[in-house]
Design a protein around this ligand. Structure first.
Ligand SMILES: NC(=O)c1ccc[n+]([C@@H]2O[C@H](COP(=O)([O-])OP(=O)(O)OC[C@H]3O[C@@H](n4cnc5c(N)ncnc54)[C@H](O)[C@@H]3O)[C@@H](O)[C@H]2O)c1
Length: 635
């Protein structure tokens, strides 16, 4: 029985089905007992319907219980299998908060309309006391068949939970956690201080509507009640704001891990974002949202920003760094899309398809092979041998092209590609020239009149990199003079801001020139890749502290956290911080399991893995080290 309470005694009343475990045990029992029964699915459906009837008050609770027992045709020999199934289906947040369940075992009561025979083995394995389990009991016949239940038990009746609570007469504060209306009935009867609707496994509108607080996990319950929890901060309290119509996959990935996600279709202007950012921990944007100093001044909770695109010019990376905010982007997610378009365009241009297709639309049939070539055996010149250049190198070679490349940096040649020592060397020998350099400002007009002059007559020219890299009037002249036999251009020095704005450019109307509206990387696959890649990076940072691939932070790839706590310390890059961290840890006799340090420009990043048992005061001391920007602890 429950011990005589002290004045401050608190009781935690916890439901079993769909709360302590992820499932309804009677459904699971049915799946086992009805195995091989040809009507199994129908019976399981009926069991479910009976449950619903009882929940809606259309039949009495005891009648529903008896009908379900009759339908189940279960035997005591089915119970070990049921217990094995249920033990694998304990709710995740209960699993990870075993310490709370053990430490508060005297105050935790499991009150359920399920059955002791399977509840006790499951809950006691997590530290609950068997004498604190209140549930129904089965009746068996001589052969071990389950034929009924103890009808005298209040839990077998309507309003059974309040009746039991009255009998228990608990003196102290009572908190009820459950997913069902019968759990709320305890509070309704005035027998509990607060009712917490537990929504980790199921959400019931009527239950949520009556709850004092919705708790998506046990972590949230522990957090709001200042009880010891395995997580320093429940994930549902970490707010993710995704702007600019980011692919829904990203939302899904954050939600799967329990984060609260808010989606906004368009971009937000500076003032709107400065307002919305206040309670946001993770921000996802594409190219239109400007993350400025003003926005960041209000971003007190912001841990990281994900650019769901390649470029990061829209983010004030320096200001982020100074505030310990880590930024990521998606550097390769659309690489393949650009490469495929480039290959397609080369073939189309080498075959004069643009002209031929236009003629067909005008009703002209002009069948001729003159001026049409295969790409096989042609010399392809790649200017810029980065992500896209190298990938294109491999694919083009597979199609039989001879690949040459020029890059400012010495890069490993893939396959049979040959490196050119100068840009001019490449321009002079290649039949097809394609630009894949980055958009740094020194690359403005990298290809102008002089460079076109160097190229072979009848060259095919592609720009899918950045508009300002090519001197457009020089390209127009080269096309008109026949120097360039065909060109494909996807990027322009000035690009319309919206689909309603006219595209004005000297390249319009030129023969054998393919123009596309900056869609080299725009495919469904690329969008989905980005939506997988960026959340992966952000989650890896939040959950493990990994900064690998960040565009403004020291890159550290950390091992997984194993039976240790991880301290994450972000500070200004001044001498002596590591020494101070370690001397504080030494003063507290804390054993360091692993330590990782990296610095970049003005920021230093130290990760220290320590033994699980430690004096919590150390955290305050570490936070107080001068020049600390951010500190957090992973459990
Ligand atoms: N059209 C589109 O939709 C689309 C999509 C994705 C990327 N892009 C653009 O494609 C370009 C390449 O992207 P990436 O991911 O391969 O970039 P990357 O940074 O991986 O590679 C760029 C390479 O260019 C080299 N480089 C820079 N300046 C050079 C110069 N003057 N001469 C020779 N080499 C030089 C760099 O050393 C680097 O190896 C970028 O400009 C990017 O913005 C366009």
């Amino acid at each position: 029985m429950v011990e005589i309470p002290t004045k401050e005694q608190k009781y935690f009343i916890i439901d079993f089905d769909s709360t302590f475990t992820k499932v309804e045990a009677m459904d699971e029992l049915g799946k086992i007992s009805l195995q091989g029964n040809p009507k199994r699915e129908d019976i399981l459906r009926e069991i479910h319907q009976v449950t619903e009837l009882a929940m809606n008050g259309d039949i009495s609770f005891s009648e529903a219980l008896q009908r379900r027992v009759d339908l189940l045709k279960a035997h005591k020999d089915h119970l070990p299998e049921l217990i094995a199934v249920l033990s694998g289906k304990v709710s995740d947040s209960f699993e990870r908060n075993r310490d709370f369940l053990n430490e508060f075992a005297d105050s935790i009561l499991i009150i359920s309309s399920g059955f002791r025979e399977f509840i006790v083995p499951i809950v006691t394995a997590l530290g609950i006391k068997p004498e604190n389990v209140y549930a129904n009991t089965f009746l068996f016949d001589d052969s071990g068949n389950i034929i009924g239940f103890d009808a005298e038990n209040p839990l077998a009746k309507d309003k059974g939970k309040p009746e039991l609570m009255r009998k228990l007469n608990l003196q102290g504060d009572v908190y009820v956690i459950g997913d069902g209306y019968t759990d709320y009935e305890i509070k309704e009867a005035g027998l509990a201080n607060r009712f917490y609707a537990f929504t980790e496994n199921v959400e019931r509108g009527k239950v949520i509507a009556n709850a004092d607080h919705i708790t998506p996990s046990l972590d949230e319950f522990l957090f709001v009640n200042k009880l010891p929890a395995s997580l320093s901060y429940p994930k549902n309290r970490i707010k993710v704001l995704l702007l600019e119509n980011i692919h829904p996959k990203a939302k899904e990935l954050f939600q799967e891990q329990g984060f609260t996600v808010e989606m906004v279709k368009g971009a937000l202007d500076e003032d709107e974002l400065a307002e919305r950012i206040r309670d946001v921990s993770v921000l996802g944007i594409r190219s239109k949202t400007q993350v400025t100093k003003k926005v960041l001044e209000n971003a007190n909770k912001l841990m990281c920003v994900g650019a769901f695109c390649i470029g990061t010019n829209q983010i004030d990376l320096k200001a982020c760094q100074e505030r310990g905010i880590v930024a990521f982007n998606a550097p390769y997610s659309n690489t393949r899309s650009v490469v495929e378009l480039a290959i397609g365009e080369m073939i189309i241009l080498m075959r004069q398809i643009v002209e031929k297709s236009n003629k067909m639309h005008r009703g002209e049939w002009d069948k001729s092979a003159i001026g049409s070539y295969e790409i096989r055996g042609k010399k392809l010149g790649l200017v810029g041998y980065g992500n896209i250049g190298t990938q294109l190198s491999v694919v083009a070679e597979a199609l039989g092209m001879k690949v040459y490349y020029y890059d400012l940096v010495e890069k490993l040649a893939l396959g049979n590609a040959q490196r050119c020592k100068t840009l001019h060397e490449l321009l002079e020998i290649c039949d097809v020239i394609t630009l894949h350099t980055d958009g740094r400002k020194e690359n403005a007009n990298l290809i102008g009149a002089k460079e076109f002059e160097r190229m072979k007559d009848g060259v095919i020219f592609l720009n899918l990199s950045r508009g300002h890299i090519v001197d457009v009037p020089a390209l127009v002249n080269a096309v008109k003079s026949g120097k360039v036999a065909g060109a494909a251009v996807d990027v322009f020095p000035y690009e319309p801001k919206t689909n309603n704005e006219e595209f004005i450019n000297e390249l319009r109307g030129l023969p054998n020139v393919l123009l596309t509206p900056h869609i080299g990387g725009s495919t469904e696959e690329a969008q989905e890749n980005i939506a997988n890649f960026v959340p992966g990076k952000l989650l890896d940072f939040i959950n493990k502290g990994n900064t690998f691939g960040s565009v403004n932070f020291p890159n550290i790839q950390l091992p997984d956290l194993n039976d240790a706590h991880r301290m994450i310390h972000i500070h200004r890059n001044v001498p002596g911080i590591l020494a101070q961290i370690n001397s504080i840890l030494a003063n507290y006799h804390i054993n360091i399991r692993g330590q990782y340090l990296n610095t970049r420009e003005d920021v230093g990043y130290v990760i220290t893995d320590i033994d699980k048992a430690y004096n919590k005061e150390v955290i305050t001391e570490l936070k107080n080290i001068a020049h600390t920007i951010k500190f957090r602890m992973l459990y």
